[in-house]
Ligand binder design. Structure first.
Ligand SMILES: [Zn+2]
Ligand SMILES: [Zn+2]
Length: 773
């Protein structure tokens, strides 16, 4: 920095002072023209021409900062602190090209300065850097709204560099005198800005509180008040939010609505400033009022009203505070909805978006919008996530919503067949931009978009839709945070033709004493397993022939389940998964019920049905399940679901029947035919003995004999004719004696003798002494 002379007089910068103000003060104190001061701060360059540093604080390159710091014998940081650099990227952008608005920095570019007359008076005309920020509209110290323009000539202040040939007069308007400008460019307006009229505010005025909030955000570099408390956002985003809301307040708010939201003094000042402006801005461009001559008043109104919204304790509250603005815009014929509120400002935060959506919450007519924008969430949001995220979400959702959940949200006249696919599509819609049709396609739903839309409209018009909406939103969040252990997309694509093969069904029936049925029963069992495994409707299975009658029978199938059969079927499903390399996945799953805590779903609650009564009714006679549902004051689908989850034990007679059946099947397996014939006919064991040998009752042993084509004789072993003849004819033993040996009475022995053509001795001889050998 050789060649830069030290400034002749030291003038210390004031706290918060702008660099232009400080240099002006130096020039004024030393009686130097501003141009001479600039020249003094920079040496001649090689070409001998003076390169003037830009001392106006919009742009000040580092080398100029260094030059000025050297001349003033100040640290460079102290000089830099007087420039707008510290607000670059926060409240404005110094990169912005002339004439083009910089995206994300709506609060102006610091090219002019508001002022506090009292501050100017107290400091001898020194200007604060903050006054150049569009979001600063009040002096906290003097409790007043800042002034935008010269009270005499009406020009904005400090929007151009001072004339190089003049010695500056701090605190005076430096604009050319409008009366003499055409004769001499030298005459200045010279109005005493310190005496400009000002709107004074009481110390607890909401506008001062709003200004405090803004200054706190600038100092902290982030917003932590109100809606930002849970989720602090950078100052830049918070300022953009305030601008977006504030500009809409000015564009959509009527004088009356604004008067309802800011104190009378400010509202009156605002009305006066609007009336005095030569050509009232059309409502669509009223946002520009923030930068206009009456800008500080308009900004005070805008920021005070916007801050009152964003300073609410939560998004819901803030949304309610904002709703009047939605109505205001619509009253003006503006389209104010989720598709347009995002255009209120650029670079705004997700907290503002949430607040806007919360404001629209009761105005969303369609269920699909309520889901898409997550209006039931504490923090609504715009749809996010690309194809990958949607694919992942689709993997987490079965085509038919889990019965544990869908039953709770099924209300007449909708049926579960309509509600289950509709709720699954709805679940996928939460927070995505998918259409209903796309959601249905992603879930391989066979139901068309129109059908799903109709069902959702029906549910939406039912009582407690809000609870349904909240449940779906919670569920979507839960599934995304803790994905289910089942990939439903994969389950939808499995080939189910090998599910529960005939041999396995037969074996299960044999082991559980279940009558195997004539083929349809096995298919019904497969359908139940198919729905459970795939999340698809049974109609999509390879096992169900179409037809109403079949469906009616299928819906009665859960009655056939028993506590011994159901686990065997589950085991078959598990085996199917293992065969497909999915042994690690459970057969079925459903989200935890605690997600419904505090909600009141509109549909029936299966847990309120008394299982003992249900089981009793299920096994009694032939009451249809739908009738049982009526008697238990619930629906057929709840009954079906409960019987699938908790099968009814067989009735006593059925239990005996199935018990015998099972025993016979066991006996059949336990002995071959030749073994049986040997035991029965050759070894002459009784059926009771044979039963004891193979572990069944005498009756079952009898059935086994018939099964092997052997005619039993009242349950006793057949009498061998040779033995009979020898004992009766040769040994001359009596029928009574022989009958005692083989367990028969005299008439029976008589009939056997007749059958074997053995002549019966007359009764007189019956008791005679035995012949000798
Ligand atoms: Zn002040
Ligand atoms: Zn003036």
């Amino acid at each position: 920095m050789s060649g830069v002379r030290s400034l002749p007089i030291r003038v210390s910068p004031l706290p918060g002072e702008a660099i232009d103000s400080w240099l002006e003060a130096i020039a004024h104190r030393t009686g130097t023209a501003f141009g001479d001061l600039e020249a003094a701060l920079h040496p001649d360059n090689a070409a001998g021409r003076v390169r003037r540093p830009n001392l106006w604080p919009v742009h000040l390159p580092p080398r100029d900062v260094d030059a000025i710091a050297a001349a003033a014998e100040l640290p460079a940081v102290a000089v830099e602190a007087m420039t707008l650099a510290r607000y670059d990227g926060v409240a404005l952008s110094l990169e912005g090209r002339k004439g083009r608005a910089t995206v994300g920095f709506p609060w102006g570019r610091g090219r002019r300065s508001r002022y506090c007359p009292d501050c100017l008076a107290e400091s001898g005309g020194r200007w604060q850097l903050l006054w150049r920020l569009g979001c600063v509209f009040a002096c906290i110290e003097h409790s007043c709204v800042l002034v935008d323009a010269c009270p005499h000539c009406g020009h904005l202040q400090r929007d151009r560099r001072p004339r190089g040939t003049a010695v500056p007069s701090p605190g005076r308007c430096a604009h050319p005198n409008v009366d003499t400008a055409h004769r001499s460019g030298l005459a200045r307006c010279g109005a005493d800005l310190a005496s400009a009229p000002v709107l004074r505010l009481r110390p607890d005025h909401p506008a001062l509180r709003a200004q405090h909030l803004v200054l706190d955000v600038l100092i902290a570099g982030q917003g932590t008040f109100g809606v930002y408390a849970d989720d602090p956002h950078p100052a830049r985003a918070v300022l953009a939010d305030l601008y977006a809301l504030g500009s809409r307040v000015l564009a959509y708010g009527t004088a009356g609505e604004i008067a309802d939201r800011v104190p009378t003094d400010l509202a009156h000042a605002f009305t006066r400033s609007r009336l005095s402006s030569a050509s009232p801005a059309p409502t669509s461009t009223r946002g520009s009022e923030l930068a206009a001559a009456g800008g500080a008043i308009a900004t005070a109104v805008a920021v005070t009203t916007a801050a009152a919204v964003l300073d609410r304790p939560d998004i819901t509250d803030a949304g309610e505070a904002l709703r009047w603005l939605v109505h205001g815009g619509r009253r003006l014929g503006r389209q104010v909805d989720a598709g347009t509120v995002c255009d209120w400002g650029s670079a705004t935060s997700t907290r503002l978006a949430a607040t806007q959506l919360a404001a629209l919450r009761p105005l969303f007519a369609r269920a699909v919008d309520q889901l898409r924008y997550r209006t039931a969430a504490a923090v609504p949001s715009y749809p996010a996530g690309g194809d990958t995220a949607i694919d992942e979400a689709a993997r987490r959702i079965p085509t038919l919503l889990w019965p544990e959940w869908s039953l709770r949200f099924t209300v007449p006249p909708c049926s579960p067949a309509q509600v289950r696919p509709a709720l699954s599509a709805a679940l996928l819609l939460v927070g995505t931009a998918l259409t209903v049709g796309q959601a249905a396609d992603r879930l391989a739903s066979a139901v068309r978009a129109a059908g799903i839309t109709r069902t959702l409209a029906c549910l939406r018009n039912s009582p407690r839709w809000d609870d349904t909406l909240t449940a779906l939103t919670r569920l979507a969040d839960h599934l995304s945070a803790e994905p289910p252990p089942i990939d439903y997309d994969r389950r939808r694509r499995l080939d189910y033709r090998t599910l529960l093969p005939d041999e396995l069904w037969d074996e299960i029936c044999r082991r559980t004493g279940t009558p195997p049925g004539a083929g349809q029963k096995a298919d019904f069992a497969r359908c139940v397993l198919f729905e459970r495994l795939s999340g698809l409707p049974a109609s999509r299975s390879p096992f169900l022939a179409a037809g109403h009658d079949v469906r009616a029978k299928l819906s009665e199938f859960p009655r056939a389940l028993t506590p011994t059969l159901a686990p065997r079927l589950d085991e078959a499903a598990r085996r199917f998964l293992e065969n497909h390399g999915l042994g690690a996945e459970p057969v079925s799953w459903h989200p935890p019920p605690h997600l419904l805590d505090g909600l009141h779903p509109p549909g029936p609650d299966p847990t309120t049905v008394d299982l003992a009564t249900l089981h009793d009714l299920t096994r009694r006679d032939h009451t249809a399940l739908s009738e049982i549902g009526r008697q238990l004051d619930t629906t057929l689908d709840v009954i079906r679901h409960l019987l699938e989850k908790h099968p009814a034990p067989p009735s006593p007679t059925a239990a005996q029947r199935t018990g015998r059946y099972a025993a016979r099947r066991t006996a059949e397996e336990a002995s071959s035919r030749s073994q049986f014939v040997d035991l029965y006919c050759v070894q002459r064991r009784t059926l009771a003995e044979i039963g004891a040998l193979i572990g069944v009752s005498r009756e079952v042993a009898g059935q086994l004999a018939r099964h092997h084509g052997i005619t039993t004789q009242t349950g006793r072993p057949p009498v061998d004719p040779e033995w009979f003849r020898k004992q009766y004819v040769n040994q001359r033993r009596t029928l009574r004696e022989l009958g005692r040996d083989v367990g028969r009475d005299v008439p029976q022995m008589g009939r056997i003798a007749k059958k074997y053509s053995i002549p019966i001795r007359p009764p007189a001889e019956a008791g005679r002494a035995r012949p000798t050998e």
